[in-house]
Design a protein around this ligand. Structure first.
Ligand SMILES: Cc1cc2nc3c(=O)[nH]c(=O)nc-3n(C[C@H](O)[C@H](O)[C@H](O)COP(=O)(O)OP(=O)(O)OC[C@H]3O[C@@H](n4cnc5c(N)ncnc54)[C@H](O)[C@@H]3O)c2cc1C
Length: 305
């Protein structure tokens, strides 16, 4: 496979991954909406991805996608190249008595299972987060009191020219669903430090957490999880429900009747429906509660013209 579609005059390099053009991103996002990526690359492995980045012209816009469970891709799609780690970068292995090395494409649920299978505890909360490790590192994903960055011993990043760098947690500004690190770097992998414990009890905790999710969240409908961050001292879901917005719909996008901070695709939603509903919810909550909700989901790409 060669890197076709690069700007004229750029060298063509042999690559082992999958190179797609005009790839519909609705197939790569949990909301099941979104226009095409001009170009999408699924690397064969970490070395291949590094080669790819070295060959990518500097002016080419670049976006990274994991399992697409926290992004709203607009209907006009994404210009430039999308690197997609889903089902790629899947190495996971033990490094030391309670340390796991996992690459960016590993699903969070897999990390949780890997750890409990070895009688390591502390990663159970990851079991119900339907994203990749790379996406979790970028978002500081968390649930039920746990957050991914509380486990990170060090993270492996790559920059635009393909240079790999091991970085300590102190090199990142980490907060509630917020991570800011060195500009122009993405996550390739991380080492997570767990605690020794009882794997069987850990598996029971996972079962209980998953049951709690399916009792309180619309897990069988396409969504992006919580749309808004919780404002300090309150819950976005409580505010949205208090404004009478449960069930409110725009086209095929609907505020879930089960969990007011979820917007579900009831079958034929467009990204524009979802984005319009997001702004209607924000405006209504601002008007009635005086609180301006900040989206947790990342809205990317171009509107349809
Ligand atoms: C039903 C449901 C429940 C959810 N529950 C939770 C929850 O309990 N807690 C929680 O925190 N989240 C939750 N989420 C949101 C989502 O699963 C997490 O934010 C997850 O970490 C996103 O991972 P992803 O691989 O899908 O990332 P994507 O959605 O693909 O990307 C998210 C962001 O990360 C960036 N990114 C992706 N990979 C990399 C990389 N390798 N390097 C740098 N940047 C990268 C992307 O560019 C994008 O900006 C839920 C979502 C759903 C659908």
């Amino acid at each position: 496979m060669t890197a076709r579609g690069f700007a004229a005059g750029t060298p063509t390099v042999p690559l082992r991954g999958t190179w797609l053009e005009h790839e519909p991103l609705a197939e790569h996002t949990s909301w099941r909406v979104g226009g095409p990526a001009e170009r999408l690359y699924q690397p064969a492995d970490l070395d291949d991805l590094v080669e790819f980045l070295r060959a990518l012209p500097v002016q080419e816009p670049l976006f990274w996608l994991g399992l697409g469970s926290n992004v709203l891709v607009r209907d006009g799609g994404i210009r430039g190249t999308v690197v997609c780690t889903k089902n790629r970068l899947r190495v996971i292995e033990a490094r030391g008595p309670t340390c796991v090395y996992a690459e960016a494409g590993i699903p969070c649920s897999h990390v949780a299972r890997f750890c409990t299978d070895r009688d390591w505890v502390g990663a159970e909360f990851l079991a119900g987060i339907p994203g990749t490790l790379g996406g979790a590192l970028a978002m500081n994903a968390g649930a039920f009191g746990g957050e991914i960055w509380s486990l990170v011993r060090r993270a492996l990043t790559v920059n635009r020219s393909g240079r790999r760098i091991w970085r300590a947690p102190e090199e990142f500004e980490v907060g509630y669903r917020h991570v800011h690190g060195p500009e122009g770097e993405w996550f390739l992998a991380a080492e997570l430090e767990l605690s020794p414990g009882d794997g069987r009890a850990g598996r029971e905790r996972i079962k209980a957490l998953l049951a709690r999710r399916s009792a309180t969240q619309p897990t069988h409908q396409p969504s992006c999880g919580s749309v808004f961050r919780n404002p300090p001292g309150d819950f976005a879901a409580r505010l949205i429900e208090a404004c009478g917005l449960k069930g409110h719909a725009v086209g095929g996008a609907q505020v879930s009747a089960k969990h007011a901070n979820f917007i579900v695709n009831s079958g034929n939603a467009t990204a524009a429906d979802i984005e319009t509903l997001i702004s209607e919810v924000r405006n209504r909550v601002a008007l009635l509660c005086g609180i301006w909700l900040e989206p947790e989901v990342r809205i990317v790409g171009e509107p349809l013209v």
